[in-house]
Design a protein around this ligand. Structure first.
Ligand SMILES: [Zn+2]
Length: 211
């Protein structure tokens, strides 16, 4: 199991978040955008404490209280506290015979562009297991995780992750069979990579391709 102490911070890339919530356009004098509208325009309500109105546990109206160093939404009935936690994804860099495994996105944003097998880490899930799981789900290939590669920080779109943890793996078995978030899965030479969906993927492939 990896933990924070196993990471050497000077090896890790830290970037400023490159996605920001878009402000809604005012269309009328008293126009107040509704939450649904805001989400459609790029807001992530789970990172915006002021949009939390009711306690998800007991349904009581939320109050803003000073807790753990800042104002946070707190339930006055059951003392539930809202923390705007970052979304975490895990990705797999799998190489075989000098080629790297990529998948083509079937969903927006960046549908039709390529990336490493990756997805969100479930609550309570080991990030390394999440990377192997996503690889199996999207490509049909099972892998042994061989090590932690890097961490990329910075949300690239409104539904994206705030951190992507990259792992290396060794091909274990299975048949190449794209599914889930991918409609194609192929091996590529580093000298002939397809158009990439994410800056994180471009960065990792550029940094770790064999010299
Ligand atoms: Zn409550």
């Amino acid at each position: 199991m990896l933990n924070a102490k196993s990471l050497r911070c000077n090896d890790l890339l830290v970037t400023k978040p490159i996605w920001k919530p878009q402000e809604t356009t005012q269309t009328g004098r008293n126009h107040k955008p509704r939450t649904k509208e805001k989400i459609q325009q790029g807001y992530n309500p789970f990172m915006r404490p002021e949009l939390i109105k009711f306690c998800p546990l007991c349904g009581t109206g939320i109050s803003q209280q000073f807790r753990y160093g800042q104002e946070r939404p707190v339930c006055p009935a059951c003392d539930w506290i809202f923390f705007a936690d970052p979304k975490v994804a895990a990705a797999m860099l799998l190489e075989h015979d000098g080629q790297v495994l990529l998948v083509r996105r079937v969903n927006e944003p960046y549908r039709g562009l390529w990336t490493l097998p990756a997805g969100f880490v479930n609550a309570g899930e080991d990030p390394a297991a999440a990377a192997a799981r996503e690889c199996l789900e999207e490509t049909g290939l099972s892998v042994d995780v061989t090590g932690l590669l890097d961490i990329y920080t910075g949300r690239e779109h409104s539904r994206g992750a705030d951190f992507v943890i990259f792992f290396r793996g060794r091909l274990q078995g299975g048949n190449l069979n794209p599914a889930d978030d991918a409609d194609a899965a192929e091996w590529f030479d580093y000298s002939h990579l397809p158009p990439m969906a994410f800056r994180a993927t471009e960065f990792i492939l550029g940094k770790y391709q064999p010299k």
